[in-house]
Design a protein around this ligand. Structure first.
Ligand code: NI
Length: 326
């Protein structure tokens, strides 16, 4: 068995959902997010599928391989989609593998679909919105960020990306793409550690390193900061030289990897002035954003970046202060 469990999250029973365990395998060149369903047939199948994948993978041909998933549970079946991405000479190639698992019949059907290169159909823009909210995406950039940027661009929506300094290297083009799509780029520390456990100098260093990396690419410094885990105390506040932005709607996308669930979570909890927390590094989040934007626009919500949200509300953001909504 090649798969080594680096970490897993144990997700309890919720509504009609089965027990899902999200697992993650990663090393320098490869990152795999995958689920277990506590069902021997399905889990053996997934094990087998992933092991074949890893064994057949040629590390010399590609710089990076990334596998992520989205799923939904039907009455008698599980629809699981794996998203596979490879990076070769800065060119990205991605495939979509759909597995429909019929639990009752214990049948697994597979289909492979090459991702459509251009699905940018014209999206009708509403001209009068009566509510405004901000989308924020943390912990990138990675491969998925690219897909997400295309989705946001398709709907003419802007958002804020709180990026990690440690993820910037070899993803500089994605940062440039964010900028060219008018996204706001915020600082999410360098290494995603708990700043509340650090001293002043260490906190400053976590922020400064990322600021400098972003400046080198963009020619300007980020204007807002979101500490890792949204964790703030007096010391953290006094050592961050920009307004500090947290959130008031948490989609729990990292926990469920289930796009329908993320969509419902947003639609159920949203109100004018809210700041929504998501992560651009998951396929389920990209799918959820594609589904939820038209629904929110239909309800009269305009979706913007954090700074635009505050500007629109006529509220000034001040440094060393913490904001969870407008
Ligand atoms: Ni984070």
């Amino acid at each position: 068995m090649i798969l080594v469990l680096v970490s897993y999250l144990f997700i309890g029973k919720n509504n009609n959902e089965e027990l899902i365990i999200n697992k993650k395998y990663s090393n320098k060149n490869i990152e795999i997010n995958y689920p277990y369903f506590n069902n021997k047939i399905i889990d053996d199948y997934i094990d087998n599928y992933l092991n074949n994948k890893i064994n057949s993978f040629n590390y010399y041909d590609y710089h990076y391989f990334f596998l992520d998933y989205d799923y939904y549970l039907g009455k008698n079946n599980i629809n699981l989609t794996f998203y596979e991405m490879k990076n070769k000479d800065n060119m990205q190639d991605f495939n979509t593998k759909t597995l429909t698992i019929n639990v009752k019949e214990k049948v697994i059907e597979e289909s492979l679909s090459k991702k459509n290169k251009d699905e940018n159909s014209y999206v009708k823009e509403k001209d009068n919105y009566d509510k405004i909210i901000a989308f924020t995406f943390d912990d990138g950039p990675n491969y998925n960020t690219n897909k997400l940027l295309d989705v946001l661009h398709k709907y003419k929506v802007t958002a804020t990306f709180f990026v990690l300094g440690s993820k910037i290297k070899s993803n500089e083009d994605i940062i440039r793409k964010m900028d060219s799509y008018n996204m706001e780029i915020g600082n999410h520390t360098y290494s995603h550690k708990l700043l509340t456990k650090m001293n002043g100098e260490e906190i400053k260093n976590e922020i400064e390193k990322t600021n400098q990396l972003l400046f080198n690419i963009l020619g300007y410094y980020p204007k807002i900061t979101r500490p890792s885990y949204g964790s703030v105390n007096k010391k953290v506040k006094s050592n961050i030289d920009t307004p500090i932005v947290i959130w008031n709607v948490d989609t729990l996308d990292w926990k469920y990897h289930n796009s329908n669930r993320i969509v419902n979570n947003i639609l159920k909890n949203i109100k004018d002035g809210d700041i929504i927390l998501m992560h651009d590094i998951y396929s389920a989040t990209v799918n959820a954003v594609d589904k939820v934007i038209p629904k929110l626009q239909e309800k009269g919500y305009r979706i913007v970046s954090v700074s635009e949200l505050f500007k629109n509300k006529g509220k000034k953001m001040e440094k060393n202060r913490v904001y969870g909504s407008a």
